[in-house]
Design a protein around this ligand. Structure first.
Ligand code: FMN
Length: 163
């Protein structure tokens, strides 16, 4: 039985998904730090983490400590099978179940080098991709910020958890 949704969020999008999931499944959600106090080792959990440079934050802190039913990776890019496959590889999740959940960019909550990196990505996209089909939304996201959080994005994960 799943005891909790555990998550790591930098600017709030992963937290939003964790809270939605917690409400829909009627199980508590905890940050990584709260989980240490409230859960026992090897308790079953669902883990959600934000993506930073291809790495799902917190995965290494939960993979041996808890029994993870499935993982959710929250990133800014659109969902795409190739991209999800690359996340599986870069996070060594070949033997696990991973779902991709689109978050967004919140400049108001980004600080220091992280804000700087996002702005650089925005500049690179603008330089290389401007005018290309489908690039406008991504360029705007990385320059101005936006949220793509949607409870529908959790449907597939919820089906898997309930199965
Ligand atoms: C330094 C940095 C690196 C990022 N790298 C990626 C990335 O590799 N792939 C991706 O999809 N999103 C990337 N993002 C975007 C975040 O994953 C996205 O903003 C996510 O929704 C943040 O979730 P949070 O609000 O829970 O922290 C990056 C953001 C920052 C600040």
């Amino acid at each position: 039985m799943i005891k909790a949704i555990v998550y790591k969020s930098e600017t709030g999008f992963t937290k939003e998904y964790a809270e939605m999931l917690s409400n829909k499944l009627d199980i508590p959600c905890y940050t990584l730090e709260e989980a240490k106090k409230n859960l026992n080792k090897q308790d079953e959990i669902v883990y959600l983490g934000w993506i930073c440079a291809g790495i799902i934050k917190g995965v290494n802190k939960v993979r041996n400590r808890y029994k993870v039913k499935c993982y959710g990776a929250v990133g800014a890019f659109p969902k795409d099978n190739k991209y999800v496959d690359s996340l599986v590889k870069s996070n060594a999740l070949e033997k696990e179940k991973l779902f991709y959940l689109r978050g967004g960019i919140n400049f108001g909550k980004l600080k220091g080098y992280k804000k700087f990196i996002v702005k650089i990505v925005g500049n690179v996209l603008e330089k290389n991709d401007k005018g290309k089909e489908g690039s406008e939304e991504l360029i705007r996201l990385f320059n101005e910020g936006a949220s793509f959080v949607d409870s529908k994005n959790l449907d597939e994960m919820i089906d898997y958890i309930k199965k």
